[in-house]
Design a protein around this ligand. Structure first.
Ligand code: HPA
Length: 273
């Protein structure tokens, strides 16, 4: 098997040949939150299937694209479509694009996701700045032989999320009168939504929101020495009285409805970075 490091290099050099500039900020857009892509003055679009060693989507017509361009004059590289562990990708595949973006020179990674709310103060459509996470995924993206060129064997995780970026997001959110919180994200495998007891349990152990993504990418980004900002859009409320089931459609709808707010926040942050 070809070494991970070589795969990263060949994917990065392919992308480099196809994009004009050096990206500064990497962006991963969550389910239903793709609207931010419309604010990018796109220079180049690369289909994932054309990039060497990029994970291949099995869903036809949903291969995903890497978008290169500018937001407020800053060079960004955005992933429209991400890979989830529950889809069957390995953790190395899920996080591969983060390593490639790092190899291309980004210094900041911004991530969005849809998440279920457990904090009683949260409502559908609220945003939550992730200040910390609890990794409950059954597999770790850094398990295996460590390549020191990518990062250290035992990375510190006491502060995965950049404090300055959190502060900046909170200030913009307040100025815009958004309903925005700061909290802890629990990353789970999925694809089932949680049972009532599981939502209670997750809240009990200190999580304010739960979702099926983000944590692997954040771990690899921290390993790589990137500054990280991550935001959840609360798409459903886990701890609640009614017996209504949670559906994927409801999650997507809520995320889409919150897209303009999330987009405004990200764009203003990128302008200030
Ligand atoms: N649980 C897990 N993942 C999710 C949820 C949820 O309630 N909502 C969106 N992603």
């Amino acid at each position: 098997m070809e070494e991970l490091f070589n795969k990263i290099q060949s994917a990065a050099s392919f992308i480099q040949q196809h994009i004009a500039a050096k990206p500064v900020v990497g962006i991963i857009l969550g389910s239903g939150l793709g609207g931010l892509a419309e604010t990018i003055a796109i220079d180049h679009r690369l289909s994932y299937q054309d990039i060497p060693h990029f994970p291949q989507s099995t869903v036809k017509g949903h291969s995903g694209e890497l978008l290169s361009g500018k937001i407020k004059g800053k060079e960004v590289l955005a992933m429209a479509g991400r890979f989830h562990f529950y889809e069957g990708y390995s953790m190395q595949e899920v996080t591969f694009p983060v390593r490639v973006m790092k190899a291309l020179g980004i210094n900041t990674l911004m991530i969005s996701n849809a998440a279920g709310g457990m904090n009683a103060a949260f409502r559908v459509g609220d945003m939550m700045i992730i200040r910390d996470h609890i990794n409950l995924m059954p597999e770790h993206p850094l398990r295996g032989k460590n390549d020191e060129r990518l990062g250290v064997r035992f990375p510190d995780m006491s502060e995965p999320y950049n404090k300055d970026l959190m502060k900046m997001a909170a200030e913009i959110g307040q100025k815009e009168n958004f309903r925005i919180h700061t909290g802890v994200y629990a990353g789970v495998q999925g694809p089932t939504f949680e049972t009532k007891a599981e939502y209670e349990y997750l809240h009990h152990i200190g999580a304010d929101a739960v979702g099926m993504s983000t944590v692997p990418e954040v771990i690899v980004a921290v390993h790589a020495g990137l500054k990280v900002f991550a935001l959840s859009v609360i798409s459903d409320i886990g701890i609640r009285q009614d017996n209504d089931p949670i559906t994927h459609e409801e999650v997507l709808e809520a995320a889409e409805a919150a897209t303009p707010k999330m987009t405004k926040l990200f764009v203003e942050m990128i302008e200030k970075i």
